[in-house]
Design a protein around this ligand. Structure first.
Ligand code: UDP
Ligand code: MG
Length: 318
């Protein structure tokens, strides 16, 4: 049996061929300069249509410090990271980074320092983002809303860039949750956690691989998996709607019986009908969000399917 590495660095990659050679340079430098346990790099190709798969498999063939996993299709960032976590051999812990070098790999030194102080989760907090103002504002607003409605304390302005101890990684692996919001699950697991700030670079090359619909899905997964506030909101809107209707009903009845100023107005009537029709549709949609998650969960399909693995350490079946 090979001597297992102490730390694994998990890197999900989706159509990142433009970044890969710089990424390898930075990771090679990290492997050689890091003053700590041996490092294994786990590269996960999330069904790229460019040369990403070939490039990472070649790298893993040439360099035993690299493990390459290629998924059978695009399963999405969260599932690609999950695949990496499951395959990683790091006995002490794992670092999770983006492949576009927005997260500096060199932060491992600080992460590991905190880990040795007893923190099982060390997450990175973005001090500033070099992205457009609209994206920055939406992120910031979303994290604040999510934090105020979720049952657990989700750290603000922290993404998936983090270091997790082996115990936390094992817990994540044991979670069968289908629509994964890893930063939420990570907070949910508990143990001692700490955040360290860093400045988020802009993407090294290429375009963001998170399309608007993928981002929306992530936001929904965060919201519906960690909060029941949308359901409660429906109940409140319904209750207040009924109270207001009853008050209006009493007023109309009173006006009809004791005065001759009965309210008229077809327009008002139509608007009220449309309004409540929409409230009902919205409520059905919210219930639907929870039901669809139950639906996918009970099917129990695997979170990802592996096509190829090249690894010096990983002996699992494919
Ligand atoms: N990614 C992935 N699968 C996807 C989308 C993205 O593995 O379906 C990877 C991508 O290659 C990158 C990381 O996830 O390494 C973060 O994506 P990106 O940089 O495009 O997101 P952004 O930083 O714009 O939020
Ligand atoms: Mg990025």
């Amino acid at each position: 049996m090979n001597d297992l590495p102490g730390i694994s660095v998990v890197v999900p990659l989706y159509n990142e061929e433009e970044v890969i050679s710089t990424l390898f340079d930075r990771l090679d430098a990290l492997i050689h300069s890091f003053a700590g346990p041996a490092i294994e790099i786990v590269l996960v190709n999330d069904g790229s249509s460019d040369r990403t798969a070939e490039l990472i498999l070649n790298k893993a063939s040439a360099d035993i410090n690299y493990t390459a996993v290629s998924l059978s299709r695009n399963f999405g960032h969260q599932n690609a990271v999950t695949a990496g976590i499951e395959i990683a051999s790091g006995t002490l812990g794992l670092m999770i980074i983006d492949g576009d070098l927005q997260d500096p790999p060199e932060l491992l030194t600080q992460f590991y320092q905190e880990f040795t102080k007893g923190y099982e989760v060390v997450y990175a907090i973005r001090e500033n983002r070099k992205e457009n103002i609209l994206k920055r504002m939406s992120y910031s607003l979303f994290y604040r809303i999510l934090n105020s409605v979720s049952k657990i304390d989700l750290p603000l302005d922290s993404g998936d860039f983090c270091f997790i101890g082996r115990r936390v990684a094992d817990q994540l692996i044991a979670m069968p949750e289908e629509s994964r919001y890893l930063r939420g699950l990570r907070a949910w697991i508990g143990f001692k956690q700490i955040g360290i700030t860093y400045s988020r670079e802009s993407r090294h090359a290429g375009e963001s691989k998170y399309t608007f619909s993928k981002l929306l899905k992530l936001a929904h997964d965060g919201l519906y998996n960690f909060s029941d506030v949308p359901l409660k909101l429906m109940t409140s809107v319904g209750t207040y709607g009924i109270l207001i209707s009853i008050a209006y009903f009493v007023y109309v009845l009173f006006a009809r019986l004791y005065t001759d100023q009965v309210p008229t107005g077809f327009t008002t009537l139509i608007m009220v009908v449309i309004f409540f029709g929409c409230v009902q549709l919205l409520s059905l949609g919210i219930i639907g969000q929870y039901i669809i998650r139950i639906f996918f969960q009970v099917k129990g399909r695997p979170l990802y399917i592996i096509d190829k693995v090249k690894s010096h350490y990983y002996n699992g079946k494919v």
